[in-house]
Write a protein that binds this ligand. Structure first.
Ligand code: SF4
Ligand code: SF4
Length: 337
């Protein structure tokens, strides 16, 4: 890291990890780039035991080239996720106060090690096509990554930190789900790599964590994009949080940092039409080979100004003030990302 700014030194060249004899169907087509009708998302990468995907070979290659420093966290995570489900206590705790229960559950998540916690209703937009889950609510949890380790993007040191945090946050999700089942309510933990039923970002947006940035990742006021997500799905009655407007769009419309630092030029400078909705989007076909080659890249999320420690609150206040929004509370306004 130089002058407090992350800039990868000598990043690997943006070449394909390997050549397909028959290139797979475009991931952008699978993702619905340019489609004007709303529909649920389809799997394109990371099937976690589901049916083989068009990009399965590259997904397999991603796993095969993982160095031990990364792989040990992947294995530890997969092992603890064997307990994602479990028996439910037949004596159910009655919930008369859904708002109070939401506060209690978020506090429990924080005590278990989460840095962010929020509740939302599970919507179709957060479920992959063909997937149904027997739950009403999602508890999204976030955990920050070590910024010093992430300064090494796109090298293995950063990839190991990403997987370490996925392992830690999955542990929180598994323990929280168990606590809820002990209260007599069904609950299932979803941590990488078993989160392929659900999309974590729409749930986290609805849980009030922040907004989608131009680089296609979540941006929170607390940690920018320097954090990872997991979730617990449950029927435990809880009051839901609301999406927030922290001014992400305002900065992304004038900032190009992630666009210029992305080695394969994968980040669109303007919002794209994706399954009937205009939003920020990353060109899958350009990003993913470089992502695989570098064990997970992550350059775009670390160079983002929101990821500079402690910068988010002042950045958000500045963006909202420019737009003339009076900030009366931590969670003002509505979603725009
Ligand atoms: S992870 Fe971000 S910076 Fe890296 S290739 Fe993909 S879009 Fe570009
Ligand atoms: S680097 Fe700039 S343009 Fe990219 S997501 Fe962050 S604020 Fe938006």
């Amino acid at each position: 890291m130089k002058n407090g700014r992350i800039k990868p030194e000598n990043p690997p060249p943006p070449e394909y990890a390997f050549g397909y004899r028959h290139p797979p169907r475009s991931g952008n087509e699978i993702n619905g780039l340019g489609e004007s009708t709303r529909r649920q998302p389809r799997h394109v990468f990371h099937s976690a035991g589901g049916p083989p995907l068009d990009w399965q070979a590259l997904d397999d290659f991603f796993g095969l080239i993982s160095p031990w420093s990364v792989l040990r966290h992947v294995i530890g995570n997969a092992w603890q996720l064997r307990n994602k489900d479990g028996p439910v206590n037949p004596e159910q705790r009655e919930v008369a106060d859904a708002a109070g229960m939401a506060i209690e559950i978020k506090e429990r998540a924080r005590q278990l090690g989460a840095d962010l916690a929020g509740v939302s209703r599970i919507t179709d937009g957060a479920l992959y096509e063909g997937i149904q889950v027997p739950f009403k609510y999602a508890i999204s949890i976030g955990m920050k990554m070590d910024r010093e380790q992430m300064a090494h993007v796109p090298q293995v040191t950063a990839a190991a930190e990403v997987m370490r945090v996925y392992k830690e946050i999955s542990r929180v999700a598994v323990r929280l789900a168990k606590q809820i089942r002990n209260m007599g309510w069904p609950a299932r933990a979803y941590g990488n790599p078993n989160s392929t039923d659900i999309l974590q970002i729409p749930l986290a947006v609805n849980a009030g964590f922040g907004q989608l940035g131009k680089h296609g990742s979540m941006i929170s006021k607390e940690f920018g994009s320097n954090f990872r997500l997991a979730a617990v799905l449950t029927d435990l009655p809880m009051a839901c949080d609301e999406p927030v407007d922290i001014g992400v769009d305002d900065l992304c419309l004038s900032c190009r940092r992630c666009v210029t630092d992305c080695p394969p030029d994968a980040i669109f400078d303007e919002k794209q039409l994706i399954r009937g909705e205009k939003r920020w989007y990353v060109d899958f076909d350009k990003c993913i080979p470089y992502f695989v080659k570098t064990n997970g890249c992550a350059i775009c999320i670390e160079v983002c100004p929101w990821s500079v420690p402690d910068r988010g609150p002042s950045l958000s206040a500045k963006m909202l003030a420019k737009r003339g929004v009076r900030v009366g509370s931590d969670r003002a306004g509505s979603e725009s990302g």
